[in-house]
Ligand binder design. Sequence first.
Ligand code: UD1
Ligand code: CA
Length: 464
Amino acid sequence: MADSNSKPTSALSVVILAAGEGKRMKSALPKVLQPLAGRPLLAHVIDTARSLQPAAIHVVYGHGAGRVRETLEKEQVEWTLQARQLGTGHAVLQAIPKVPDEHRVLVLYGDVPLLGRATLEHLVTAGGRDDVALLTMAPADPAGYGRIVRDSKGSVARIVEQKDASAQERTIRECNTGVMAAPSRLLKQWLAGLRAANSQGEYYLTDVVEMAVKAGISVVPVACEDPIEALGVNDKVQLAALEAVCRQRAARELMLAGVTIADPARVDVRGSVQHGKDVFIDVNVVLEGSVKLGDRVHIGPGCVIRDAQIGDDTQVLPHCVIEGAVIGPGCNIGPFARFRPTSHLGAGVHIGNFVEVKNSTMAEGSKANHLSYVGDAQVGARVNIGAGTIIANYDGANKHRTVIEDDAHTGSNSVLVAPITIGAGATVAAGSTVANQVPAGKLTIARARQTTIEGWIRPTKQKK
Ligand code: UD1
Ligand code: CA
């Protein structure tokens, strides 16, 4: 047996239910695509399923079919369409013919995204290979969940949905998380026998529990140790609650790895963060996609950083938006700087307030400290881009490149009309609009000459 794939039970197939509309979200976006920590709910569930190394992952989809498939087209899963959403049991029934009889089936819900691998591994291996294992929980507020009904001996007898439950059954605290593991062969039989004789007129997956008990198969309840893991998302209130959990988890992980976080409740990580030592992150920072922070990087308050890399000792001052940039070591960025994809800064570059940098490179020690646009430019080393310098890169149809060679200075309020090269050590005078090549090592002025009119008299108002 191959070591990496060996499992203590029979081969596992996962079925993820993701066909429901999620009416309570009141959204045009299908529920399983609602973002949690920057990714669709369903993507989280698929990840968790994959961590179990199953033989196959089947996703049952239906509502918003095109959008769901398109959004998650890169996922290595088997898709099964449930054209009409007739209930969770009906949903599993659509995928189960594709699962070999001898497999064990783990059912997951696309709207229960925080379950951990350890919990699921425990569930899958609980009981023998022919039993049904049921993940249960006892939430503070059981409203809306199916309740676990036990018999006089304390064994699980059946599950009753809240909508079908008697007043007494509703007082039961033990609830169904929706997650269960069962032998494929038996599950096929039970699903084929489901009826929709309930208040919602749906084929409930939960009814297989009673069928198992009647068939003499034991149903093993496995309590979910951390009730947070089993939280489902039915509305935006629950979505925000889960987002808070993700936020806390991510911040905790960063702090335990040595990052100083001013307030863990005010940092959002929607992706992955790699970092060095002694990184500091101030309040209201959002990190998205893949972010890499070097040693001693300091991120000021209110910054949004997406798919970017920031070198050792770089200071990012408040309220910067950095997307798709590679920023070198020892740089000073912001406040109020904006990077659009894709930019590359060398060491010790300064980008100050209200400066926008797009699709440009800037070599070591160059500065653009105030109110500038640097777009489609290749900027050399030790260049000083004066306040208000604008690179006019766009002629209405095409984008053109600008090259600014080492040690050049551009004066305040100058416009560099691309395509253009500013030679090494050149100086462009303040207020110049340069559209032709600027020679190296010289001062180029391109503005009207200042003259003073002698004897000029300012008009005065006529007295009436
Ligand atoms: C379900 C369980 C309930 C449990 C709760 C836990 C049933 C009958 N009830 O209730 O016992 O306490 O989850 O969160 O199973 N889906 C489909 N096709 C359908 C219907 C649903 O794919 O025809 C999917 C949904 O997209 C969702 C999941 O199944 O991801 C659960 O459906 P939902 O309607 O949210 O069930 P609950 O009422 O929450
Ligand atoms: Ca639900």
